[in-house]
Design a protein around this ligand. Structure first.
Ligand SMILES: Cc1ncc(C[n+]2csc(CCOP(=O)(O)OP(=O)(O)O)c2C)c(N)n1
Length: 672
């Protein structure tokens, strides 16, 4: 028996191993190898180090556990079952089946105790950086002498694949820079991935790489050596000035005579004969399958009791904290309740028509600054585009990391992908409403975490500026064409492209009130007139996704023009000119398809009456998807090519986005 291993440890570890093996075997699908190798690490962490209370997985001050290599989900489900999270053995027996709580990869909110959705490699580990930032900023905001009410570690198990993914480098580089000492990563270095040994493509020294990031790096030479693992976990916890990486050499498929240490153990069932061989090899009964000896439950039960006690102590601490420090306690309670503070909206500015044109990115900056004082949980930053994204909040210092944590502005560096994942970690804390800025074009660089925020329904706000070819001289490399359409294709993501400053204010109101799901704001670089029509109607209209901005003075409209963002004023102006020519036009501002699609049918019909079949959508981007609103008889005034480098006024002309271009097209449609 390996170092530090008691009989009970051995039984519990093998229980985890063979639960995972049996799950994969029954499903005839999944990954047995990683759980077999990681079982001792996970067992030790969950029974001796992780401060958690399975009776209440939402205990705010629990340690977080992230299984970044989500393909090893069978490990997590075994832990949740043994740990007392109420995941019955029947669920393990329905691994990967329709409507089970044990899907192929762990899904946050579907299964009690799953902290974040993982599977796309690199994401979980990068989320954990956000979780550690959330803890650090939370501790600074809320803790007082003798009242460490926000004080938890973030523990991660990550695999070779996690270490290979680029997002890990972005996020972990920042974690090192920020000295996030509460972050502890256990790296399962089994040196096997799908194609074979990692040496096929990955020979760097990961430990040295993390040292270069400023991490505290420890090594455990044998993943079955509980004493060494225990010492390393203690050392990781004790190191508060840097994040810790524990590089653990393990054997994938440990125990399987024919498949251990090979890629064959990675992603397919061991097969009946090999399951038998592995069970014999580790002295495990062949029958029954899904065996959980009582003995294996004991260490988990002790941990559960300890966790319950820890939460009770914390509850007592919170009671005393409420007495001693009423103001921060009320703020903390309010945040954890999930409710927004009363009066948060009072700071939303209004913008007067006739004031000078304002870029919606600049309006967004004003709104952000208006609401932040009454919404202290709003935190964010930019991926090195602060002056362009207008994401700074006056008077707020930078978050400079654990040693200087009172600042709340996040300098993500040029790391869009990492930023997206970190925002997800922040949102998961429930202490913060995070936002992050970059150019709309670079939403492509952060699409994986945007998609996961949508899948998890996390409240994250993306401030995407420079939202069309009209950003001008930077040219086609920076000009979004397909991005709006591709963001709109993501379920649960709300995209809002406001037409002017007033719509921008309302877009932020929607974004803050939208507690379950991310919102992407598409904002202009160039100035836009502040419209009479939005001053009157945006307050109600933006939240409904689309609304009537103007109608003919008399009679029914002959044609509906719908537009978003910077194309709205152009369309309104075209409508005025068309009115002079006797053509009756309705103009609909349509800042958000998703919000409009959620409206009752009657409202949708009132904005886009089905009897009016002549329609034109105007948007300076790919036309993809607009036909759903324009219908069989409608047309789309859009862009079917990449942009070009030139001043934006010339681009308006060259690409046909001046009022007269719309007028011409409508005349052709109505009179043609
Ligand atoms: C972003 C991403 N790319 C590809 C995959 C598909 N995939 C799942 S596991 C894996 C390799 C896993 O190797 P490793 O992380 O070392 O896990 P182990 O073999 O130790 O189980 C790949 C490529 C994925 N899940 N996520």
């Amino acid at each position: 028996m390996a170092e530090g291993m008691r009989d009970v440890d051995q039984v519990a570890i093998n229980t985890i191993r063979f639960l995972a093996v049996d799950m994969v075997e029954k499903a005839q699908s999944g990954h047995p190898g990683a759980p077999m190798g990681q079982a001792p690490i996970a067992y030790l962490l969950w029974t001796r180090h992780l401060r958690h209370n399975p009776d209440n997985p939402d205990w705010p001050n629990r340690d977080r556990f992230v299984l970044s290599c989500g393909h090893a989900s069978a490990l997590l489900y075994s832990l949740l079952h043994l740990g007392g999270y109420g995941l019955p053995i029947e669920e393990l027996q329905h691994f990967r089946q329709w409507s089970s709580k044990t899907p192929g990869h762990p899904e946050h909110e579907l299964t009690r105790g799953v902290e974040t959705t993982t599977g796309p490699l690199g994401q979980g580990l990068s989320n954990s950086v956000g979780m550690a930032i959330a803890e650090c900023m939370g501790a600074t905001r809320f803790n007082r002498d003798g009242f460490p009410v926000v004080d938890y570690n973030v523990w991660v198990i990550a695999s070779d694949g996690d270490m290979m993914e680029g997002v890990t480098s972005e996020a972990c580089s920042l974690a090192g820079h920020l000295k996030l000492g509460k972050l502890n990563v256990l790296y399962d270095a089994n040196e096997i991935s799908i194609d074979g040994p990692t040496s096929l493509a990955f020979t760097e020294d990961v430990g040295k790489r993390f040292e270069a990031y400023g991490w505290h790096v420890l090594h455990v030479g044998d993943g079955n050596d509980l004493a060494a693992l225990d010492a390393a976990m203690n050392a990781a916890k004790a190191e508060e000035g840097r994040p810790s990486l524990i590089v653990v050499k393990t054997v994938i498929g440990y125990g399987s005579p024919a498949k251990a240490g090979t890629a064959k153990a990675h992603g397919e069932p061991l097969g009946a004969d090999e399951v038998t061989a592995a069970k014999k090899n580790l002295g495990w009964p062949l029958e029954p399958t899904f065996l959980v000896p009582d003995e294996a439950r004991a260490p988990f039960e002790e941990a559960r009791k300890r966790g319950h006690q820890m939460e009770e102590e914390w509850n007592g601490l919170m009671d005393r904290y409420r007495q001693a420090h009423a103001e921060p306690a009320a703020d903390l309670d309010q945040r954890l309740s999930g409710k927004l503070p009363d009066g948060w909206q009072d700071g939303i500015p209004t913008f007067k028509p006739g004031d000078k044109p304002l870029a919606t990115r600049a309006a967004s900056g004003q709104v952000l600054n208006g609401i932040a004082p009454r919404l202290p949980q709003l935190v964010g930053g930019s991926a090195d585009l602060t002056p362009s994204n207008n994401t700074a909040i006056k008077g707020r210092g930078d978050f400079e990391g654990a040693s200087q944590a009172e600042g709340l502005y996040l300098r993500f560096g040029v790391r869009e992908h990492g930023m997206g994942s970190i925002l997800n970690g922040l949102a998961l804390s429930k202490l913060w409403i995070p936002y992050g800025g970059t150019f709309l074009i670079f939403s492509d660089y952060m699409r994986p975490p945007v998609r996961l925020a949508a899948l998890m329904r996390l409240q994250v706000v993306y401030v995407y500026t420079h939202d069309s070819i009209f950003l001008g001289e930077d040219g086609p490399t920076h000009q979004p064409i397909s991005q709006l359409a591709s963001l709109r294709a993501i379920p649960n993501l709300t995209v809002i492209r406001p037409a002017d400053a007033n719509e921008t204010a309302e877009a932020w109101r929607v974004a803050i009130e939208h507690r379950h799901g991310p919102v992407a704001l598409a904002l202009t670089r160039q100035g836009l007139p502040i419209l009479e029509e939005t001053a009157k109607h945006a307050r109600e209209g933006v939240a409904r996704g689309a609304y009537v901005l103007s109608d003919p003075a008399e009679g029914e409209p002959e044609i509906i023009l719908m537009a978003t963002g910077s194309e709205v004023w152009v369309t309104l102006e075209a409508a005025r000119q068309l009115a002079g020519k006797g053509i009756r036009v309705r103009v609909v501002s349509m800042p958000s398809w998703e919000l409009f699609d959620q409206q009752p049918k009657e409202y949708q019909e009132s904005v886009l009456p089905s009897a009016i079949r002549k329609r034109l959508a105007v948007e300076a981007a790919a036309p993809f998807g607009w036909d759903k609103y324009t219908g069989l008889d409608g047309e789309i005034h859009a862009i079917q090519r990449f942009g070009a480098s030139a001043p934006y006024k010339q681009l308006q002309k060259e690409f046909g986005f001046l009022p007269e271009d719309i007028v011409k097209r409508v005349e052709g449609r109505v009179r043609g």
